[in-house]
Design a protein around this ligand. Structure first.
Ligand SMILES: Nc1ncnc2c1[nH]c(=O)n2[C@H]1C[C@H](O)[C@@H](COP(=O)(O)OP(=O)(O)OP(=O)(O)O)O1
Length: 167
C-alpha cells in the first residue's frame, strides 16, 4: 500500500506525538577562546551554507559517537568535553524529516583541516554569520550559546522556514 503524505502548512498540521524522523543526526559546536568553529559545507543537505560540523547517525552508533565521528570526518579533529545541549526536529513539506541532536565541545585534538566535506571557519561569538546559515539557526543558536534551553520544532519548504516553535 502506498503511504500518502499531506504537505503540512504549519506545525499544528503535524501529529508530533507520532512524529518520527527519517534520519537522526547531530551538530557539534566547538567553542574555545570566545570563538566558535563552524564549517562551510561542501556537500549533503545544506551544501554551501555555514553550519556546525555534523551529519546523519549510522546504524549501531550512539548520538555521541555520531557527533564525534562527524567532526573527525569533516574537520580531522577530535572534539573534547562534549556536552549534550538539545534537539531540533525538522519537518520538510516534501515529507523528509531529520532529528538533529546538538552538542558543544570546549576543546579538540588535532588541527582543523579542510576536507572534501567541509572548510573550517572560526568566528567571534558576537559575529556569527546567520545570514549564511540555515534560517532556524538564529532562533536557537544564541540560546544555546547562553546556556539556555534551545530545543525546538521547525517546518521547512526547501530552504525556507515556514513555521517554528521552541519547546
Ligand atoms: N535546518 C537546519 N538547521 C541547521 N542544521 C541543519 C538543518 N537541517 C539539517 O539537516 N541540518 C544539519 C543536520 C546535519 O548535521 C546536517 C545534514 O546532514 P548531512 O551532512 O547531509 O549528512 P551526512 O551523513 O554527513 O551526509 P553525507 O554528505 O556524508 O552523505 O545538516
Amino acid at each position: 500500500m502506498t503511504e500518502t503524505f499531506f504537505a503540512p502548512k504549519s506545525l499544528t498540521d503535524i501529529d508530533w506525538t507520532a512524529w518520527q524522523a527519517k534520519d537522526p543526526a547531530t551538530l557539534t559546536f566547538v567553542i574555545k577562546n570566545k570563538k566558535i568553529l563552524l564549517i562551510r559545507k561542501k556537500r549533503g543537505l545544506g551544501a554551501g551554507k555555514i553550519n556546525g560540523p555534523g551529519g546523519r547517525q549510522e546504524p549501531g552508533e550512539t548520538r555521541l559517537e555520531c557527533a564525534v565521528r562527524e567532526v573527525q570526518e569533516e574537520l580531522c579533529i577530535t572534539p573534547l568535553n562534549m556536552q549534550y545541549r538539545g534537539e531540533c526536529r525538522f519537518q520538510f513539506v516534501d515529507g523528509y524529516s531529520i532529528h538533529v541532536h546538538l552538542f558543544t565541545a570546549t576543546d579538540y585534538e588535532g588541527t582543523p583541516t579542510e576536507t572534501d566535506e567541509a572548510i573550517p571557519l572560526w568566528f567571534n561569538l558576537d559575529a556569527i554569520p546567520y545570514e549564511e546559515m540555515w534560517e532556524d539557526d538564529k532562533v536557537w543558536l544564541p540560546l544555546m550559546l547562553q546556556g539556555k534551553a534551545c530545543s525546538g520544532r521547525y517546518l521547512f519548504d526547501n530552504d525556507t522556514m515556514l513555521d517554528y516553535q521552541l519547546e
